[in-house]
Design a protein around this ligand. Structure first.
Ligand code: PLP
Length: 349
């Protein structure tokens, strides 16, 4: 028996891609970020749905993740590696025809020595201080790098989900100054950057979370439903407790359902005693502590015992659940874990 059913709406993912693409003008192409197994939803299936919706350039974090994308899409679409060319990845980059986004002098040297004919892109640091060549480094090597025709020059915004943050405009200014007149396609915007407006779009955008229905793309369609199976139901008398630490005690006669998924399935333990799951729209409070493989809920208000209860879906978005846990939608999606039965609904094309 599986721990539950994770249903991914391919039509919603495709619609989100098209809605984000529609924010940019004709001179901007919209790529798709499918790292971390497609934000936990299945990299191959996400890549295929997004390719059907029109994406031709895909981004993964590390070379290994490129394999699933190539398998799903075949040759043709470009697959970029955000982590660049790591030592030990040379064969994979070559054999799978991946495009590493080189981020340091060390990586440039490694790539040009090992794979002088293999395509590459350049990653610049414009203020996030996470990855990329510093402006001074770029100034020193641009003359050598540009004639080799990088496929892309990109950088990443640190504060794009806060539109008023002054660092957005500062990074934009720096990126412009570093890339002006190079004639190479440029990319600065992820989901948040797309929403900042056309100044940030350049020749290619690279949304991730918005494709899968998450903030900061408030206009996104929900793409994920998570139904959890009820393993057992029981009646509690006043004063009886539920779960580890006996943290919840019945104040009235109550009926408790035990569901077959827990923190090992990405239902964060910080959800203990907070929030709800839903029975056809009726909220049932989560009570007691979330355990590794189980979760307990108060179903006293229901007329009959349910077979499954919904944690994510039309009644509760990924970001609403994230708020309850003190985190972000990205972490909820990428924590979901391998035990769910994946179901793909709807059509991307
Ligand atoms: C993860 C990532 C993206 C996608 O970001 P979202 O906020 O999910 O749209 C784009 N670019 C880089 C460099 C990333 O690391």
């Amino acid at each position: 028996m599986s721990t539950g059913t994770l249903t991914i709406d391919l039509a919603a993912v495709a619609a989100n891609y098209k809605a984000l693409a529609a924010q940019s003008g004709a001179g901007t192409e919209t790529g798709a970020v499918v790292k971390a197994d497609g934000y936990g939803l299945g990299a191959g299936r996400m890549a295929r749905a997004l390719a059907q919706a029109g994406a031709r350039r895909f981004f993964v974090a590390v070379a290994e993740e490129g394999a699933a994308i190539r398998e799903a899409l075949g040759r043709g679409p470009e697959v970029y590696i955000l982590g660049g060319h790591m030592s030990g990845d040379t064969d994979m980059i070559h054999d799978l025809d991946l495009v590493p986004l080189l981020n340091s002098i060390e990586q440039l040297t490694r790539h040009f020595e090992a794979l002088p004919k293999n395509p590459f892109g350049i990653q610049l640091d414009t203020g996030m201080n996470r990855l990329g060549l510093e402006p001074a480094e770029w100034a020193a090597v641009a003359e050598i790098v540009l004639p080799k025709k990088p496929r892309l020059i990109m950088s990443h915004l640190a504060c794009a989900d806060t539109p008023d943050h002054p660092q957005n405009a500062e990074q934009l200014e720096t990126f412009r100054a570093l890339t002006q007149g190079t004639g190479i396609p440029r990319s600065l915007a992820a989901t948040g950057g797309i929403l900042l407006g056309s100044d940030y779009h350049f020749e290619l955008t690279r949304p991730g979370i918005g494709l899968y229905g998450g903030l900061p793309f408030a206009g996104a369609q929900n793409a994920v439903t998570l139904d959890l199976p009820v393993i057992q139901c029981r009646d509690l008398e006043v004063g009886e407790s539920v779960g580890y630490g006996a943290s919840w005690v019945a104040e009235k006669p109550s009926r408790i359902a035990t569901l077959g998924a827990g923190y090992a399935d990405g239902i964060l333990r910080s959800l203990s005693g907070k929030g709800h799951v839903f029975a056809e729209g009726v909220p049932c409070p989560i009570v007691g502590r979330v355990s590794m493989d189980m979760l307990t809920v108060d179903i006293t208000g229901l007329r009959r015992d349910p077979k499954t209860l919904e944690l994510l879906g039309p009644d509760q978005s990924v970001d609403q659940l994230a708020d309850l846990c003190g985190t972000i939608g990205y972490e909820i999606l990428t924590s979901l874990g391998p035990r769910y039965n994946l179901r793909y609904a709807g059509r991307a094309g």
